[in-house]
Design a protein around this ligand. Structure first.
Ligand SMILES: [Zn+2]
Length: 147
């Protein structure tokens, strides 16, 4: 499931208030248009209707693709300054909560890749999609379902 909601946000520059769609999760399998918007830089992108100031809304975003088993989580870099944030990870950068949620969390979400840059989020998704294509095309073991 993708999670998004309309929020009232004040322009950091001119204080003009406007409603904007804020995404906290994109499920690419169910929401291919969410993936397209992400690739076009339109997700959580603020553009003031009054003074045209543009900026990224600093909010965490989970990208997951169930079919391709890809999960990437963007966090604003400022998150690192908070102990509550660091407390969620072990020393290797793995989510500590993942094991507690064992019953409900699919494997690909346990291996979520953490990034602190939206461009890196997009690049990493492209990387994983290219890897999938590459390995499918170069697979030496024929897929039985194709025979
Ligand atoms: Zn403005």
């Amino acid at each position: 499931m993708s999670i998004r909601e309309n929020r009232l946000i004040n322009c950091p520059k001119c204080d003009h208030e406007q409603s904007i769609m804020v995404w906290s999760s994109i499920n690419a399998s169910l929401n291919p248009e969410g993936r397209s918007k992400l690739f076009d830089g339109e997700i959580n992108h603020f553009r003031c209707q009054k003074c045209v100031y543009e900026s990224l809304i600093p909010t965490p975003l989970l990208y997951h693709d169930v079919d391709r088993k890809i999960a990437v989580h963007y966090f604003p870099p400022e998150s690192m300054k908070k102990a509550e944030f660091l407390d969620q990870f072990d020393v290797h950068g793995k989510f500590l909560t993942a094991e507690d949620l064992d019953f409900a969390v699919p494997q690909h979400l346990k291996d979520v890749h953490v990034v602190f840059n939206m461009n890196e989020l997009v690049s990493y998704v492209i990387f994983r999609e290219m890897l999938l294509e590459f390995h499918q095309a170069n697979s030496s073991t024929p897929n039985p379902s194709l025979n």
